[in-house]
Design a protein around this ligand. Sequence first.
Ligand code: NAX
Length: 325
Amino acid sequence: MKKPVRVAITGGAGQIAYSLVFRIASGEMLGQDQPVILHMLEVPAALEALKGVVMELHDCAYPLLEDIVMTDDVNIAFSDVDYALLVGAKPRGPGMERSDLLKINGEIFTEQGKALNDFASRDIKVLIVGNPANTNAYITMHSAPDLDRKQFSSMTRLDHNRAVSQLAEKTGVKITAVKNVIIWGNHSTTQYPDINHATINGQPAKSLVEQDWIINEFMPTVQQRGTAIIKARGGKSSAASAAFAAMSHMRDWVMGTDEWTSMSIPSDGSYNIPEGLIYSFPVTIKDGKINIVQGLEIDQFSNKLLIATQHELEQECEAVADLLV
Ligand code: NAX
């Protein structure tokens, strides 16, 4: 057995965490030979509910779960943690403008970034799930100047999985037949789900579906899937699929992957995306290092969409500029 690692989850009493923490404790994220200590952070008002989740974790008697730290103190939550999944965030309330949402969450993620900077393991890997995820990751990264930018990411894996699933369903193939789908940009409706480089059983996906379907069905379905789920679930947003995506994102970061996946990471200037912007790219991962897939041909239609989602992210970053160090 390996030495236990510490995994922090914020928003521990929320609905995504309720699907996520049990899988982490069972070894699904980091492997069956990796004991874990969970650090669960909540706001004071939700500590009682969090207590219930912790009771259930104990009731599972997971062999790999060594200990649980339950707290409303961000510094304790991030002390010596090796992995942090920042799920908790303030939802958009009635009458709240997007700029208000950015500001309120900006304050939360500034505080959390500072705590990661001061108390987390120097090798920490950070995934931001809470929305607006890319900009929250940007703020967290800027609030942790002693950590490497490459230690920060945000989640577009759920969008990626949605795109793979839509394409498999349309062409009547198994999920595993679909490769090289890409989500570019922001985790918002401006994201660009791109199948120009995708293959299905080795054949170009574009030769198997019509352009009209790509533009008028595939892209809007993926972009607006979150809203469709909220409507279908009577107001509740995606939770199990989001938890699975978060776990897969972290697992791939640690274990590596030969196939492409999509991750929002600080741009290194690839595809002319300004350096440092947290932007979703096609990536592969080896030995814990995330590599952006290089050399893809970007046609004019795609280029316009890559720039549009970049602009939205730049505007979001501008709206929180006064919070950045
Ligand atoms: P819930 O409202 O069920 O849970 C959020 C939890 O976070 C609450 O228990 C709340 O008390 C806690 N919280 C709020 N501020 C906190 C803070 N400062 N520190 C610690 N905990 C705090 O939301 P849930 O459905 O779990 O969704 C969580 C976040 O994920 C939301 O921001 C949501 O928009 C976002 N999502 C992101 C996705 C992505 O692909 N990146 C997809 C799914 C999801 O919509």
